[in-house]
Design a protein around this ligand. Sequence first.
Ligand code: AMP
Ligand code: MG
Length: 397
Amino acid sequence: MGRMRTVEQHARVIADLLRPTPVEPTDLAAALGLVLAEDLRAPLDLPPFANSAMDGYAVGAADLSSFPVTLTVSQDIPAGRTDVAPLTPGTAARIMTGAPLPPGADVIVQVERTDGGAEQVRIDSAPPPGTHIRTVGEDVRRGDVVLPAGTVIGAPQIGVAAALGYAQLPLRRPLRALVLSTGTELVAPGNPLRPGQIYESNAPMLAGALAAVGAEPTVEHFVADDVGALRAGLDRACVGQDLIITSGGVSAGAYEVVKDALTGRGIEFAKVAMQPGMPQGAGRYRDVPMVTLPGNPVSSYVSFEVFLRPAIRAAMGHPDITRPTVRAPLSAPLDSPAGKRQFRRGLLDTVDGTVAAWGGPGSHLLAWLAGADCMIVVPEDVTHLDAGDDVEVWLLG
Ligand code: AMP
Ligand code: MG
C-alpha cells in the first residue's frame, strides 16, 4: 500500500476543482442563504421622511404651554398619505404610526394622553419636543454601505434590502450538483426488497446535504454496477452541472464500477488517511468537476462534511466555510486507528459541556449518524483517549 493522502491534501484537490459560481441578479424570494457579491449601498434614506412613531396628534411645542389644552384638529394623517399640508399654528393633526409628519409639528402626543377627539382634541399632557418622531435617515443614510460584500443573506438582510427598494440582489448563484449513486444491490425506497437488496439512501442524503448548504442538487437515478450504464448516465446528466458527486464503486474489490469506468479518464483515485472515507476520487469528467465518494453511507456523509461542504461553501462565496468547532472533554474513552484521522459521530452534552461518541466507528451505522449532533475528530497520531481528554468537535447544524 503506497503512502496515503492526508485529509488536507485531498481537501485541497477538491477545493481547487471548484470555481466560484457566477454572480446573478436574484429575486429576494430566492435569496435566503446565498452570499452578496458586491457592497449594497442605500439608494435612499431610511426613514425616507420624518414620520410618527405613535398613534396620536402632531402638535407645535408652542401650543403646549399649559394643560389641559383643547385644539382644533386641522387634518387627519393616516399612513400612506402623500399630500400632507403644513400644520396650522394653534391646531393639532391627528396622525397614525408611520404617517408623514406635517411641517411645523415638533412633537407627537400619544393618543393615550388625550381624549382622542376627531374634531377637537383635549390634550392632558405632552412629552418634550422631538418625542415619538422618527427622523429622516435615522436608520440608514443614502449612499451608506448597508450590507458589505460577503454578507450571507438571512431574513433581516432580505428585510432591509426590500426596505431600500431592491427587488433583486447580486448574489452568487447556487452551485448545481449532480448526485449519482452506483450499486446493483440498490432499490428505490417505496419498492419491495428482494433478498440481497437494500434501499438506496446515499443520493437522497447527499441531495439533502447539498440543499442544506444552498446548492441545487439533481438526483440522477442510481445505476447498476455496469461501466456502460454509468458512463451513459453521466453523459446524459452532466450537462450544465458545476459538480458531479457519485457514491460507491471506488474501493478495492471487484465490480468497482466508478473506478473501472473512470480510471484514466480524468479522475484520480486515492486513499486518504481517514476513517471512515478512505477510498476517494476526484477530477474532471467532460470538464465538469467530479468527486467520487465511497458507498458506505456514513463514509459518504462524512466525506461530504470534510471535503465537499467547505469547498461548495467557498465556491458560493461564504466567508466562513467550516462547521463551528469547539473543544470539549470526552465523557468516555475512545480508540482510534493509528495513522488515520478518525471522524466519530458524537453527542455533545450542552449542560455539562462534555462529548461522547455516539455509536461505533462502523461506516454502515447510519441510524447512529442520524442520532448524532456532532463529529469528534481524533488526530492521526492518537490511538487512545481517556475520559476527560479534550477533543475537537464539529457541530453539525
Ligand atoms: P461500495 O462503495 O459500492 O463498495 O459500497 C460499500 C457499501 O455501501 C456496500 O455495503 C453498499 O451496499 C453500500 N452502499 C453503496 N451505495 C449505497 C447507497 N447509495 N445507499 C445505501 N448503501 C449503499
Ligand atoms: Mg457498490
